[in-house]
Every structure is written in C-alpha cells, then in structure tokens.
Design a protein around this ligand. Structure first.
Ligand code: GCB
Length: 603
C-alpha cells in the first residue's frame, strides 16, 4: 500500500514536470550506456496497403484500429484482423529482404510485440527506437502514444504509468510510402527499405537522470575539455558528477533551474587520431546512477585548403558507404556487419568514410571511432526536395538535430553534411543556409559540408560554381568524369580551378562494373572499364590543387530500384569496388595503391 501511494505521488510529480508520454520525448542519448531491456526479436505483423487498421471506409481515423491489439475471444464478434495468427518479421530488420512478397513493397505494415514487464517503484521508463523507416505511429496497451517521421534517426517516448506488471502490448504502424514533401523525397538512388530497421528497447531511469551531455575538447584548444549536461526530471538542481578516471577528473556541478550546467575542465588528454584512436572511459552521474561512455578528444579545423586534425594536415583517404549488410544486402544493423564494412575500408587504406546518404546506426559510428576511422555524417536532403515548403524544412531540421544530438560526442565525426547534389536556386540556398546555421548552432566544433556538383567552365576546365560553397567549410562535390561525363580518357584532359581557398573533397566519382565481367576498356559495366576509370581519376586528382580528400562511390554494390539493366544491374547499383557478395573488384586495388602512397606522404 505504502508503495502504491509512493508510486502515485511519483507519477504525479513527473506529470507536473510535464514529462509523461504523449509525444516523442526529448532524445535520451547513449542508450547503450544505460539500463535497458531489449524488445528485439520476432514480432507479429499485418501488411496493410490500404491502412485499413487506421482509417475507416470514409477515410476517418478509427478508434479501435489494429493498435488496440484485440484478441478474438468471442467468435460472434466481427473482427477482421488477428496479430496472433498473422505472419512474423524480425526486429530489427527491413521487411523487403525478409519476405519475397515484400521486396518492392511500399506502404503500411503493422508490427506487434507482447512483452512481460515489471513496474518498479520510482523508476521512469522510456520506449526507444533506433530508427523506423519512414513514419511510425506507436500504441502502448491500446493507446496511441505518439508518432515519428524520418527513417534514420532515433526517438523515444516516456511510457511511465502506461506499462503494467505482466503482459504489455506494443503496436507500431510503420509506413514507408515515398512522398513528395518528405526528406528524402520521391526520388533517390537506394532501396527504400521499410520496417523497424534498428533496435527497440525499454530504458529505465531514476526520477531525475542525465538525459543528454556534450563532452569534447574546446574548439582548437587541446588543454580544455568543455561541455554541458542536461538533466531530466522533477529535481533539476540535483548535483551531477563527471568522472574521467584516467585523467584523474572527478568534479561535481550544480545545474540551473532547467537542469542544465555548462563546464570547462583543464586536462591534457592523449589526442584521438586514426593511428591511435584513444578513448577515455567517462561516467556522468546523479546520485548513484551513472551513464557511462567512451569519449575521444581531438581538434578539427581548416586552414586555407588544408584540413587540420589536432593541428596537423590530414588527407582524407575515404570511401562512401551505404548502410547495407556486407553479404546479405538488407539494411545493416548488427555490429558484426558494421565491422566487416569498416574493415574493408581499412584494408583499402582508408582513414575516413562518408556514411551516405542518411545517418547510419549509432554502433557504426562508435565502431569506426574505435577503429580510428574519421566520419562524414549526412542527412537525406537529397536531389530535389521541396525547398519552399516550411514543413519540409522543419522535417530536415529535425533529422539534422536528431543526428547531431545522438552523435555529437563521437570524436571521429569531423563533418556534418547537410545535402547531396541539390539544384541551384534561391529557395534552395535559403533552405540550406538555414540548415548550415542550425548545424553550427548545435555544434560549433565541427565542419559543415554538402556534396555539391561540378561544372565545366569551358572544354576541359572544371570547377564548382555554387553559392552554397560560401557557407560551407569545405569545397566538397561529386564528379563523374569518365562515367556520366564522357569516357575515362576524359580524365586525362581535364584541369580543375577553384576560386575559394577551402579544402577540396571529392565526395563521389566512379562507375559501374559487374564483378568478374571482362571486356575492352571502354566497354561499360566491365571491370576493365572501372579499373581504367579509377587509374585515370587518380592521375587527375594528383593535378588538383588543394585536394584534401576523396571518397569514391562506393564501397559495395547496393540495391536500387533505379538500376534496371537485366543481367548487369538486376536492381543493384554496381559502382561498388566490392560486389554485393563481398568480392573485391580490381578498382579496389587501384585505390588501395594510391592510399598506401598517400599514407606515407602524410606521415
Ligand atoms: C550520385 C548520387 C548517388 C548515386 C550515384 C550514382 O551522384 O549522389 O546517390 O547513387 O550518383 O551511382 O549515380
């Protein structure tokens, strides 16, 4: 009884604090460093192309839709769905590669998980999703608790007071329909994998807990660790402690009335570098409940055409990667898959990856950080989205904010990318300038980039002529000389000139090849063509003044419905330097040779 009263008071307190679930709650970062219960596994599903479980025949939302998760107990009652007898899908995972009939499917699939839970006194509980593509509507024990839009970023809802001891029902309506006003929009060159593509967890926290924090070196100062901590709960002025045992740091701070405290700590950490990716264990605690993390310290800046890592010029020996599993070609989500992809990049001599074209899962970035790989992280503002639509802008800004919120403590991320190959125009410039400003407001410590496009000023003279470059820290662009623009020999005839004095990063180049296909050097889709193109591209790069990095397109062949040439593409973009089955093409070794040379030059 005493406990029940305590619990009611506790619930009342957090209700008054305005934190009981209704919408997504502010992102809780570093889920791995907290107490969690996994809800991954085999979920029941209903494929619902007409959204029958959400709308009635007048297209009005229905009260007792599939979210109610009712069992059929009384056979005289008409009920036209039953999760318990329907088919299953694995979570995490895309649906397209789990069931053949869902290969091209775009629309709604309902997911249901019934799980056991024990309500604990004085604990708050949140429901966390790593990512759901594209729209999620979430129901807990029959009640709609909120929605989320955007396929590659995490979100959470507070479910304190909504869960009960015993069996609970969780239903998610997942919809991956492409839409004109969405981010990305209707048209993109990758597979629109639908589903609950990343982990689902319950996160248990004390009444007042550390929700978010930023701990990094002060911009361009190697002797000060600065940052802030944000508490969540009903006692926001509780003391917080930050400990970095290896640096002998243990300090306590008192947050302000909003639960926020900013700090500066004197320290001389060993700097994180690709060669020595040193990470420090760190604990941030309120009372005796600590969040644990591993954080590296480094500086990043530009000087003229150079990128300086810890004050020293670095050449970004990169490769682009899509979040596709190395051998089975669905959405990648496991640590093992991420490690394989990153090991391939390392084997090629990379110290940098461009994680295209959307935020990859958190593990991928953490794993890259442990392996000493720098990261370019991107949001899916891709090709031609609705630049004049304020809702579209808000959507893009929310995805940017969620990405930065999640990954701002990763020392290996050096560039936030806000767009890929977007068409020039006033509305687009305004949209992207606002996004760039937002990026700097959220994280003043990193560089801002976008994959722009090249132009041919006059025959054989190339440049980037884009007003967007004025608001970028790096001059990054895609060029496909020798594939979309002429034959490989064109690379020999091209010279590059730039007016901006900024580091140049070639964010894409390359061409398609079917692994093992032989032919003449101008026969498209042969390895001979691709290899020759890479050799000539590298020679061309050696003539580019101010070149600071390259990320060829792409590490591995990936699925795209735009790639329809039978017996060559078969729904794969074949620009990988590795095939969809993990076989290395000859172009892989061209890059490796060059990157090995560069490694020596930049020692
Ligand atoms: C690009 C896009 C990339 C495509 C690639 C291609 O410029 O940025 O998403 O997949 O070209 O293969 O055409």
């Amino acid at each position: 009884m005493k406990n029940t009263i305590k619990n009611v008071l506790f619930l009342l307190a957090i209700t008054l604090a305005g934190t009981v679930a209704a919408q997504t709650t502010p992102q809780i970062i570093n889920i791995e460093g907290r107490k969690t219960i996994s809800l991954d596994g085999i979920w029941r599903t209903i494929v619902d192309p007409f959204e029958n479980g959400y709308y009635d025949y007048r297209r009005q939302p229905i009260k007792n839709g599939y979210g109610a998760d009712k069992d059929i107990v009384d056979k005289s009652v008409l009920q036209e769905y039953n999760f318990s007898t329907d088919r299953t899908l694995s979570v995490p995972g895309d649906w397209n590669t789990q069931r053949p009939e869902l290969y091209y499917y775009e629309g709604t699939v309902w997911y249901r998980n019934r799980f056991q839970y024990e309500v604990k006194d004085n604990k708050r509980v949140f429901l966390y999703f790593g990512a759901v593509n594209y729209e999620a509507i979430v129901f807990v024990n029959g009640k709609e608790i909120g929605q989320h839009v955007g396929g590659f970023t995490p979100f959470n809802f507070e479910v304190t007071g909504l869960l009960k001891t015993g069996e609970n029902s969780l239903v998610v309506k997942v919809d991956n329909k492409r839409m004109l006003d969405a981010v990305p929009t209707l048209n993109f060159d990758w597979w629109n994998y639908g589903g609950i593509t990343r982990q689902v967890k319950l996160v248990e926290t004390p009444a007042t807990f550390v929700r978010d924090y930023y701990v990094q070196l002060k911009k361009n100062d190697k002797s000060i660790i600065n940052g802030w901590i944000q508490l969540d709960g009903d006692q926001l002025n509780k003391a917080v402690r930050i400990e970095i045992p290896e640096l002998k740091i243990s300090q306590q701070f008192t947050p302000n009335a909003k639960g926020y405290v900013a700090f500066e700590l004197k320290a001389k950490p060993t700097l994180w570098t690709p060669e020595n990716p040193k990470l420090y264990g760190i604990n941030i605690s309120v009372d005796d409940e600590a969040v644990t993390d591993e954080i590296g310290f480094r500086t990043i800046e530009t000087k003229g055409t150079q990128v300086l890592l810890n004050g020293k010029p670095v050449f970004l020996r990169g490769i682009c990667i899509h979040e596709e599993a190395p051998f089975r070609n669905g959405r990648a989500y496991s640590k093992e898959e991420d490690i394989t992809l990153l090991q391939w990049a390392k084997e090629m001599g990379c110290n940098f990856v461009r994680l295209a074209h959307y935020p990859h899962n958190e593990q991928m970035i953490r794993q890259a950080e442990r392996m000493g790989i720098l990261v370019w992280s991107e949001i899916p503002v891709y090709w031609t989205i609705q630049w004049g639509n304020q809702e579209t802008y808000k959507n893009a800004e929310a995805q940017l904010t969620d990405m930065i919120t999640r990954d701002k403590n990763r020392s290996n991320i050096i560039i936030w990318s806000i767009a890929n190959e977007t068409p020039h125009g006033a509305e687009r410039l305004d949209f992207l300038s606002r996004l760039a400003a937002k990026t700097r407001e959220l994280d003043p410590g990193r560089l801002v980039g976008a994959a722009m496009e090249k132009v041919e000023l006059k025959p054989g003279v190339m440049t980037v002529n884009d007003d967007l470059s004025k608001v970028m820290d790096v001059l990054s662009f895609n060029e496909y000389v020798g594939w979309y623009d002429g034959l490989p020999e064109k690379c020999d005839r091209v010279n590059w000139t730039f007016t901006d004095s900024k580091p140049i990063i070639i964010t894409e180049f390359g061409g398609e090849a079917l692994y093992g296909l032989q032919g003449g050097k101008t026969d498209r889709f042969t390895e001979d063509y691709q290899e020759d193109l890479y050799i000539r591209s590298v020679n061309m790069f050696k003539r580019i003044p101010g070149l600071a990095g390259t990320t060829p397109w792409i590490l591995k062949d990936f699925r795209s419905p735009r790639r329809q040439l039978r017996d060559m593409q078969d729904d794969f973009n074949r620009k990988g330097v590795i095939s969809d089955k993990g076989e290395k093409k000859r172009a892989f070794y061209v890059m490796k040779k060059w990157y090995d040379e560069l490694k020596k030059q930049y020692k």
